[in-house]
Design a protein around this ligand. Structure first.
Ligand SMILES: C[S@@+](CC[C@H](N)C(=O)[O-])C[C@H]1O[C@@H](n2cnc3c(N)ncnc32)[C@H](O)[C@@H]1O
Length: 340
């Protein structure tokens, strides 16, 4: 986008979408690649009190709801493809090499590398799932298949596990590079065979489930599990029910997705008949900083692969998301649920 159009877009978006959305978009649309560290500092700096208030309260709740409703009218796959189907090689530049997890790692001491922290997360998660050979296991939103591969290696059973994704690039990676069962399927709208699975898990996929679909999906998953079956989920969510103002700029990065509030999750799990047997909180911020550093270190290759707009969008997304957690807008939670 040239500079004149970029400034016109800012003038048009500011009064409608508010400063957080309009200014982040303006930054991303810089026609040249952004400088990493100044960008981090700019996005995470403390704002003067009046701007901070506007950042978090403008546009007012009713306008915000209308804008979100408008943005959420598109089919799920459109936003997923826009975010993920840019280039697998681009994601390889900043994610950990072993799992290619695009979700929060476990930095326990704060001194781990991203590789070590993602391995800790994978082991923690494996322990929650407790997979066994012969079980039928479903991964909702399997990404590049790292967790599926670990489960298959642990149980020695590659046939029992299947992953769903809406990203064509991820689908190709899991099928061709890992040789695992994967389907290009919308886990929200698809039908599930009753009592088909022993375990269902997800890592970072409930963020794509819109609040209106939450109860329906949890009930479908309950029906798909065998008695005694277990669900394990890792997702971030905001407190209460109402979407925070920062849900609007979230549309820049994950168009068409709106994470439900925490209250809604607990209600949906319990109403469907699940017993909550584990809940733990985790800190997303070190992972976001590690991805940011990796992307900055691989700047030239990233620009060759995806160009300035997508590079800038990621470079703004990581500090933007860091602030989202820093300000207490959202928390990363893991749940284990049992079908009694
Ligand atoms: C943040 S990524 C996490 C991927 C992986 N679980 C990980 O830990 O790296 C979210 C994943 O959810 C998938 N996803 C989101 N909405 C989906 C939907 N409605 N149906 C199927 N997959 C979906 C995306 O394609 C992507 O694979």
């Amino acid at each position: 986008m040239n500079q004149i159009l970029r400034h016109l877009a800012l003038a048009a978006e500011l009064p409608v979408y508010g400063p957080s959305y309009a200014l982040l978009q303006h930054l991303i649309r810089t026609p040249t690649p952004l400088d990493p560290e100044p960008t981090w500092q700019l996005v995470t700096r403390p704002l003067p009190a009046p701007l901070y208030w506007l950042w978090n309260h403008y546009p007012p709740a009713l306008v915000r709801s209308l804008l979100l409703w408008w943005k959420l009218r598109q089919p799920h796959n459109v936003g997923i493809e826009e975010h993920y189907d840019v280039s697998n090689a681009f994601y390889e530049l900043f994610l950990d090499k072993k799992f290619m997890f695009y979700t929060c790692a476990d930095f326990v001491t704060g001194r781990e590398t991203i590789e070590e922290a993602q391995t800790k997360k994978a082991d923690f998660f494996l322990n929650l799932i407790q997979p066994k050979a012969g079980e039928k296991i479903l991964d909702l939103g399997c990404g590049w298949g790292g967790m599926m591969r670990l489960i298959a290696e642990t149980t020695g059973d590659r046939d029992g596990i299947v992953g769903y994704t809406l990203s064509k690039n991820q689908y190709a990676h899991v099928r061709e590079r890992l040789g695992l069962n994967v389907e290009l399927k919308n886990f929200i709208t698809c039908a599930y065979e009753p009592l088909a699975y022993d375990k269902i898990y997800s890592i970072g996929s409930w963020e794509a489930v819109r609040p209106a679909d939450l109860d329906m999906l949890v009930r479908k998953l309950h029906g798909a599990l065998r008695p005694g079956g277990r669900m394990v989920h890792h997702f971030f969510t905001h407190p209460g029910d109402a979407a925070p103002a920062m849900a609007l700029p979230g549309q820049i990065f994950f168009p068409g997705s709106l994470p439900p509030g925490h209250t809604g999750f607990v209600r949906a799990f319990e109403n469907a008949g699940f017993r909550i047997v584990h809940r733990s909180l985790h800190d997303y911020r070190p992972t976001l900083r590690a991805w940011f550093d990796n992307l900055a270190a691989n700047r030239d290759r990233a620009l060759e692969l995806v160009g300035a707009y997508t590079y800038n969008r990621c470079l703004v997304f990581f500090p933007g998301a860091w602030m989202y957690f820093q300000d207490g807008n959202a928390t990363l939670i893991r749940y284990v649920l049992e079908k009694v």
